[in-house]
Design a protein around this ligand. Sequence first.
Ligand code: PSU
Ligand code: MN
Length: 300
Amino acid sequence: MKINPEVLEALKANKPVVALESTIISHGMPYPKNVETALKVEQVIREHGVVPATIGIIDGEPIVGMTPEEIELFGKVKGIGKASRRDLPVVYAKKLWAATTVSSSMILANQAGIEVFVTGGIGGVHRRAQESMDISADLQELGKTNVTVVCAGAKAILDLPLTLEYLETMGVPVLGYQTKELPAFYTRHSGLSVDYEINDPKEAAEIIYQKRKNNLQGGILITNPIPQEFAMDDKIINDAIEKALKMADEKGVKGKDITPFLLKTVVDLTGGESLESNIHLVLNNAAVGAEIAKEVCKHK
Ligand code: PSU
Ligand code: MN
């Protein structure tokens, strides 16, 4: 893999680094907001004194720490794939370009030696997974790869109670950042409890340290609620989600296309409001993730 020199230097010197994914750029938001957001997220991380490392795959080569030019290409060029764990060997062998999801970004972050990863929302157990068996590879990855994922919870396009059950089965601690309630991405509330509340980055780092020290393989999920001022109205977002799910059904959208389809449709149905919320929650996660990465370094 190609590790950006700045990232490599930071890792060697035990300076904090935060990993970022590229599916959110190529498939999660429209151009040019996707690129603007990705660059702003990196800037927020830098303002906290932490080095950002956006991950993607170019010509079959994993890049850990994409340049701004590469980020621009990932946001702009059509036809860049979406690679989760199962796609990686094929993308490498065929020398393809691919955006990395939470699962594949975790794998590459771990291989590079980065412990903290920031995104918007993770994939989860889809509604009616009892029939479709559509359960995101992100959940299995959290069960086995030693990376802490900071997100704003999971969207109500998913079955949130089943997602929590699955994470429990996989042995993943679900922590609420200054909350006892699992945030639901666009809103601060899901009506569901997280496993434990944590109060500050120091506490997060202590839990990460204990997990590693005691050889408990796998990730930790830190759920950080969207700031109230950017949260959406429950009814507006839930109506849009219900409609989008119906449209996906009617169009027969399946497999890896379903999450990008639902995200895009919800943006259209809310007149762009959900996109603004999405942008702000990612920026908020970047700030928290950067502080956690700093605390994690102190344990080494
Ligand atoms: N949730 C979001 N935005 C995203 C994704 C999830 O709010 O862009 C992306 C992430 O890359 C995540 C992937 O890993 O979608 C999950 O896709 P699937 O449901 O196909 O596993
Ligand atoms: Mn899926």
